[in-house]
Write a protein that binds this ligand. Structure first.
Ligand code: DP6
Length: 369
């Protein structure tokens, strides 16, 4: 399958790229995602040590437009939002280089990037997932436009997912609506370490209504970049245990998603969040990213669940909580947030989101903001 995808990409130049291309553009909106079973640890560069499963979001999106600059410009990525020194350029250039190696038609182009997030930076929403997902979609789209190569939707998304993974592992799961799976496993047909797949069957309809309210406990940049955290898993004493533990959680989560059992999903999501942080704490050097406000919020969420409110939390590599709850519990959870949780948040910031339908291609003239 991976060979098929690479062949698909290599075939772009075969269709013949005839300029001039100045002004040609591609634009996409790509959502972020929240992992219920976490990807933590890599092998051979950008491959996961364990499969992961995420829910794609709706509101938290990156909208990106790539435009071919004048042909007199130096090939490569010229700027992001008009800034030739933009901090996101480093990550984009890694992925851009990979695209140019894979699709030769893209090599001569000078490109400018316009990009907007709908959510604040360092809010606990993975901007690299949505940002690199959107960039991968635009690059692939541009390759298709240049060469007028036909694109079948499934193949296109799989190739975009594979490319997004090169930019950031979790980004490969953002390319599909609903729930996505990344990592080869007998539990999921057609799964691969190279790209994510949409979980097409066996999801209870109510699960597509899941909400995610993000409690921004701290917007300070993370003390531990994800890449360093993944690296710390290479020689982690609990590495093997974690790999089999993730497999058990995935099996149970698939059951919970299929039966619509929110209580079971809550158990697994919280266990994954706390396991992720335990792994970070027990690495060398150990890192504590949870803040006092995080722990207080966890206690209050669990108290509410014991009192009958179907709500649980998950946390990525940071201090902020994602509260997950069924749509039917929205009123109860919103009350819980305003009475007990919002005061724990920095500037009382809470971002409401929900399970979404995946990326959208934007019209040529559509504004990004
Ligand atoms: C804790 O995808 O940010 O959010 O591949 O180095 O870019 P890189 O790492 P990244 O790691 C995300 C880790 C996580 C869990 C998850 O999203 O599965």
């Amino acid at each position: 399958m991976m060979e098929d995808i690479l062949a698909y990409m290599h075939n772009f130049p075969a269709a013949g790229a005839k300029g001039p291309f100045t002004g040609l553009s591609a634009a996409w909106s790509c959502p972020s995602n929240i992992a219920l079973v976490k990807y933590w640890g890599k092998r051979d560069g950008q491959l996961p040590v364990n499969p992961s499963l995420s829910m794609t979001l709706t509101q938290a999106v990156t909208r990106t437009r790539l435009t071919v600059a004048a042909e007199t410009c130096e090939p490569g990525l010229a700027s992001v939002n008009g800034d030739p020194g933009h901090p996101f350029l480093g990550k984009l250039r890694v992925l851009h280089r990979w695209f140019c190696e894979t699709i030769p038609a893209l090599r001569p182009l000078a490109l400018t990037v316009e990009t907007r997030n709908t959510f604040p930076h360092s809010s606990g929403i993975a901007s690299s997932a949505s940002g690199l997902g959107a960039f991968a979609l635009c690059m692939l789209d541009l390759a298709g436009l240049l060469t007028k190569a036909g694109t079948a939707q499934d193949e296109f998304m799989r190739a975009a997912s594979m490319a997004a993974r090169i930019g950031s592992g979790s980004a490969c799961r953002s390319l599909f609506g609903g729930f996505a799976w990344w990592g080869e496993s007998p539990l999921m047909g057609e799964s691969s370490d190279q790209y994510a797949v949409k979980i097409r069957n066996g999801i209870h309809p109510e699960m597509y209504g899941l909400r995610d309210a993000i409690l921004v406990i701290s917007s300070r940049p993370k003390e531990l970049p994800s890449s360093a955290g993944h690296r710390a898993m290479d020689r982690h004493p609990f590495r093997e245990g974690r790999i089999s533990h993730a497999g058990e959680n995935l099996r149970e989560l698939l059951d919970a998603l299929a039966s619509g059992d929110f209580g079971k999903l809550a158990d697994i999501a919280e266990n994954e969040a706390l396991t992720l942080h335990s792994l970070m704490m027990s690495a060398r050097p150990g890192v504590i990213l949870l803040q006092p406000g995080t722990l207080e919020a966890i206690a209050r969420v669990r108290e509410a669940r014991r009192a009958g409110v179907p709500v649980c939390f998950t946390i990525d590599a940071g201090a902020n909580l994602h509260l997950l709850y069924p749509a039917t519990a929205s009123a109860d959870v919103e009350r819980l947030i305003s009475e007990a949780l919002r005061p724990l948040c920095e500037n009382e910031l809470v971002i409401y989101d929900s399970c979404g339908t995946g990326p959208v291609r934007l019209a040529e003239t559509q504004p990004l903001a």
